[in-house]
Design a binder for this molecule. Sequence first.
Ligand SMILES: *Cc1c(COP(=O)(O)O)cnc(C)c1O
Length: 538
Amino acid sequence: MASESLPRVAYFCMEYALQNDFKTYAGGLGILAGDYLKGAKDHGFPIVGIGIKWKQGYTDQIIGRDGRPVDTYPVYQYPFLKDTGVTVSVTIRKREVKCKVWLCDEFGNAPLYLLDTDLPENEDSWICGQLYGWFGEERIAQEMVLGVGGVRALRALNIPVDVYHFNEGHALFAGFELVREKIAAGQSFNDALAATRNEIVFTTHTPVIQGNESHYLDRLMYMGADLGVFSRKQLNELGGRPFNMTVGALRLSRKANAVAQLHGVTANKMWQDVSGRAEIIAITNAIHIPTWVDQRMITAATEGTGDLWTLHQENKQALIDFVADRTGVKLKPDSLLIGFSRRAVAYKRSDLIFRDPGLTDKFFQSGELQIIFSGKAHPLDDSGKSIVANLVAMTKKYPGSVVFLENYDMTIGSMLVRGADVWLNNPRRPQEASGTSGMKAAMNGVLNLSVLDGWWPEACQHGVNGWQIGDGYEDKDEKKLDEHDMKALHDVLLNEVMPTYYNNKEKWVEMMKQSILTTYEKFAMKRMLEEYYELLYR
Ligand SMILES: *Cc1c(COP(=O)(O)O)cnc(C)c1O
């Protein structure tokens, strides 16, 4: 379907989730990038990916004896990667760092080139050690490998590029390299900057200010991220002081996008004071259906072949067996089963359902409510680890009804979004950028129960294809917001979700069908790719 005349895109991202054992991903950003590359392959779009070969991945996070998460870092080998024979150099902290370029074309993805610093000749061979492993200097070094090394790899491999797409601000130094190339070819700084801006598009993700990385100008200069062409003053003009990677990317791209319609509104508000920045449009994320969805569910809903309930019960049983295998807990196939897997951070409020025990305690005791949690905390985030520990404590309080699956990954994710009955999501609005796990669940006939955040306002028909928690209420006072949403959650859970599940199976199955029918096209990767080409790449 795609033609020769489409712009050729190089897509830069710190992480790619292509397959579970390929530990080059941490979470949602990588899931999006992996699904995007698979969609590009499926639909014939001329895209290449640029990333990093992480020696130890993100973290294998298990639960220790004290009930708190413990990080482990096995070293992974990937014999399926092909050696391109290409090595490029990047000067970091005045030392030459060699980056070997690997090709991955194994998992139904468009070509993905991965840079690797783990070479005997490198003094700084650990740069590509751990994904999001360190802050400060090491993070800048990783980003220089991705950005500067990435552009140099494209040149060495002779891959022509029309559009450079940065998925998150991590890739910004690729733009610096594009500027440097043009200055080396004789252009003035301002001409080079303008021409470079014309080649770059940027996807912004995190709607939480603190989540947007920044660096001291001194440190950028010391690392050599200026590439000898940016003065301190010019860096300041681009990204401010300290230098904000998102602000820099917004000013060095011709167009930017947010990852859901509501996120578009939030992102424009958030960055409204940034002068001379790219316009931020909204292109809602999507998923690669063959990776995440039981195709039999879509066929049953669209063509009426097969019984949705029976197929779903099969998937639920598979999840129950998986849980029994991993934890020894035997969940009940005929009791309501909720799935919740999220990165462990406060705004996602994973414990909201427990906060008024008077309301849900008896149902967790009796097993009429069952819930499976999963999710990692960032290795350096102690408060995130306390959130996990609190969930683990709940599994002790309600053994048999509450489960925590350690070391959340693609395997756990795909079991949960197929086999739960309900997919719960209750972040503080509007802090969820998109939330693609909800799309995966919806297309599997797993009903979303979510606050109106991220993608859900675009799909939710309350009581028809899932449920909304509350009414889109927002409040700067977190205590008041939590109180409001907790009441709203209990209200819809106890008065709508549970009665429908236990007393009106016919309606439930009809809702499953509507969940699939209202999402399987709109949130498929094909739609997102087409919008990228129409609204971003042209
Ligand atoms: C889908 C998925 C995500 C992203 O989902 P969110 O809804 O954004 O949290 C993260 N991790 C894994 C393993 C996934 O499968």
